[in-house]
Each structure stands twice: as C-alpha cells, then as structure tokens.
Design a protein around this ligand. Structure first.
Ligand code: NAD
Ligand code: MG
Length: 401
C-alpha cells in the first residue's frame, strides 16, 4: 500500500446492503488510506447494516423504514456504537448525499427511489458513482443539466457504461460526431431466456428468471435482465451519459459477458473494455478515477475464455427493448412512465401475481393509456412516476386471472 499524502475521500454509500453496495464496501475495505465512510443507507436490512456499521464506523446510518431504524438504534447501543447516528425516512437519504462533508456518493439504491438523493448530490457538485440507472431513465435531462450546472462529476458504474466511458476520448461531452465516434456497441448477455422456446416464456418461474448466467445481482435487475428491459434502460442511460441518440447505439448479444461494451470510430477502430464479470472492476475504476487501484478481481485469462460470440437481439422475444427505444425517441416524461410501470410489473412478477410475459404487456398497456409531456421539474417527474405506478397497479388488479 502506498504512503500517499492525499486526504481520504469521504463517501456516502446509498443502498449499501445491496449487491452493488456490498461490492463497493469490499473495494473500499482494501483501501483504508483512501476512503472514509461517511454514511451507509438501506431500506430495512437491520442485520446487514449493523455489520457494516461495526466494520466501517460511519458518522450516519440511514434506515428508510422507521421500525427498522428503531431496531437498529437498539442493536447499535448494545454493540457500544451509540455514537453513530441513525436517521430514518426518505428525506434522510437526501441529507447524507448532500452533506458538505461528503466528497463522493455511490448511488446504489434500486429504482426511482434513488433519484432524489442522486439529484441532490448533483446539485451539491459531488462526485457521483452512478449504479442507479433508473435515476437517469426517469430524469436524464434534468440530472445531466444539474451535473453540468453545479460542476458535479458523474461516473458510470453500470459495467457497460463504465466500459464505454473507458473506451471514449476524454472530451466526449463535445458530441460523438466531434470526437469521431460513429456507434456505441452496447453488449448484452441475453439473460437466462436467450434460447428458451418462445412458447415457454409465459410459464417461466421467478427462480428461473432471477438466475442470471453470468452476474449475481439484486432481484429487480435480474428480472430486468431476463426481459431485457435492463438493456433497454441501459440504452436510455447511454443516450444521456454520452449525449447519443438511440440510432447511435446498437445492442449486441454477447453471451460470455467478457467484453463489457465497445465504441466504434469513423476510421474503423473499435475500442472495448474487457474483464471478468465482477462489478468490483467498474466500482474500483470509478472510485480511483482518473488513477487505478486494486479491486480484488482476478485478471482475465483469455486462454480460459477461448471464444467470444455475438448476435443480434430478437425484438419479438424481448418486446421491452422496443418499448425502451420508442420511449426514448418520444422523450419528455415517457421514459419516466415506462420505468414506473416496469417497477410495478416486476414487483408483481416477483410476488407471483403475474406471468413473465405479462411484465412487458403491462408496461405497454400503461404507455398506451398515459401520454408523456414535456419535462419541467423534479417534483413533476416524481408526480408522473406516482401516477404511472397507480395506473399500472390498477391495470394489474383489473386484469383477468
Ligand atoms: P439490490 O436489490 O441488491 O440492493 C438495493 C439497495 O437499495 C439495498 O441496499 C436496499 O436496501 C436499497 N433500497 C431498496 N429500495 C429502497 C427504497 N425504496 N429506498 C431506499 N433504499 C432502498 O440492488 P442492486 O443489484 O445492488 O442494484 C442497485 C442499482 O444498481 C440498481 O439500479 C441496478 O440497476 C444497478 N446495477 C446493479 C448491478 C449489479 O450487478 N447488481 C449492475 C449494474 C447496475
Ligand atoms: Mg449493466
């Protein structure tokens, strides 16, 4: 370990008990000289947040649910850690993201619930490590504006976007044409149902849907990967991050998940980032950027990989992909509606209330009944999100069994 004289970065990890949150803390623990944990947050997982508090001793813990927060306070006191303050409620997420003591915010909450603290971090000019792709899908325009206006730094954690970022010239914000980029090639594993006979998709189980072939992730993103909604959300995310149109992005099925995405230039060059499928690589990249540091990921063995495969996505099998392309083309609040409908439909699938193929059908039905309007404010977007959730929920309730 180097004896650097840099002051450690103060970091807030939003969603620290989740898959990305745990991987982030794994990387941070390898570099005690570079990072201090300022705050950790979770929705309701008392045991896991307590264990993290014991290991990292943050100044604040946020437990969104009040009862879980009360339990956590008792457990902390019993562990002799009553000096760590426990906050509760969604507003506390914004507080620990915006606090003037914080340098870096890891945004690893799942869903639109993560948007308010990400937006606050942008407005406060923080360095934001963005895993929470839904924040960009719901509020891409406003969020990118806030980042630029307040001098925030937005670094993508999503493996594909991190790969694209690494393969782009540093001045890519001036526009893809200006830097000689012709196409972004967004890779996708195709998920667990890439080769499942179409007729069987309606009856696949929750267990089959969340068993991703290459990545271990939270349940919501695992279902999104199975419907390929995840790739659709990522297409929207890439449009905002890299100032691209949907036409400048091509989805490429690459089942091995070794190439994490590519950037094609007008001179025929194609640059890519490769690695083992382990989120600690993009996390360490963004934590250390613009330098590099150890992540705990073993290096890629090309002789073990031996062969890589590529094919075009099947839009009939994965209607969610087209829904996302169309929503991005329509713009305004349409992607906000799409995201809300997806969150409700995926939760209903995970609770075994609807079939796998009904997920995309419900999103489509919601989009047909609610039209997008021009984006005005964060408050408006949160209201549209609530309205779309309400609509999808009522459509699910009225659906014949
Ligand atoms: P996860 O379900 O494992 O963890 C989610 C975290 O968010 C938990 O800490 C949970 O307590 C918290 N949370 C959930 N609902 C909340 C709410 N309403 N309010 C406040 N906190 C809440 O999810 P994950 O797989 O770690 O994914 C997190 C984000 O990162 C998602 O947006 C996902 O798309 C993105 N992402 C994940 C991966 C991955 O490998 N897991 C890869 C790329 C992108
Ligand atoms: Mg991804």
């Amino acid at each position: 370990m180097s004896h650097s004289t840099i002051t450690p970065q103060q970091i807030t990890v939003l969603g620290s008990t989740g898959s990305i949150g745990v991987s982030t803390l794994d990387v941070i623990a390898r570099h005690p000289d570079r990072f201090r944990v300022f705050a950790l947050t979770a929705q309701r997982q008392v045991e896991r947040l307590l264990a993290q508090a014991i290991q990292f001793h943050p100044r604040y813990l946020v437990m969104v649910e009040t009862q879980a927060a009360a339990d956590l306070r008792q457990r902390l006191a019993a562990a002799g850690l009553a000096d760590i303050e426990v906050l509760s409620g969604a507003a506390a997420l914004v507080e620990v993201a915006a606090d003037s003591a914080v340098d870096t915010v890891m945004a690893a909450i799942v869903g639109a619930a993560g948007l308010p603290p990400v937006f606050a971090a942008a407005t406060c000019g923080k360095r934001i490590l963005l895993a929470n792709k839904e924040a960009l899908v719901v509020a891409g325009d406003l969020l990118m504006q806030a980042v630029r206006r307040h001098g925030a730094t937005l670094l993508p954690i999503d493996s594909e976007h991190n790969a694209i970022f690494q393969s782009m010239p540093s001045n890519f914000a001036t526009g893809l044409d200006a830097v000689g980029v012709s196409t972004i090639l967004l890779t996708a594993s195709g998920g667990p149902f890439r080769n499942t006979p179409l007729a069987e998709l309606a009856t696949v189980t929750v267990e089959q849907a969340v068993a991703h072939p290459n990545w271990s992730m939270g349940r919501k993103i695992s279902v999104d990967s199975a419907t390929m909604m995840n790739k659709g959300l990522e297409l929207i995310e890439a449009c905002w991050l890299f100032n691209a149109t949907p036409e400048q992005i091509e989805v490429v099925i690459h089942p091995e998940s070794v190439i994490h995405s590519l950037v094609q230039y007008i001179d025929g060059s194609v640059l890519a980032q490769l690695g083992n499928p382990d989120m600690r690589t993009p996390i360490a990249h963004a934590l250390a950027w613009p330098s590099r540091m150890l992540s705990g990921v073993k290096s890629l063995n090309l002789f073990e990989v031996a062969a890589l495969h590529f094919s075009r996505p099947d839009y009939q099998r994965f209607p969610a992909l087209s829904l996302c392309c169309n929503a991005m083309r329509q713009g305004g609040t349409t992607p906000t509606i799409l995201n809300a409908a997806n969150e409700i439909a995926v939760a209903a699938f995970l609770q075994r209330q609807i079939s796998f193929t009904t997920i995309s059908a419900m999103i489509d039905a919601t989009l047909q009944r609610m039209s997008g309007v021009a984006v005005e404010s964060l408050e408006q977007l949160l209201a549209v999100d609530g309205e779309a959730r309400h609509l999808t929920t009522s459509l699910l309730a009225s659906k014949p069994a």
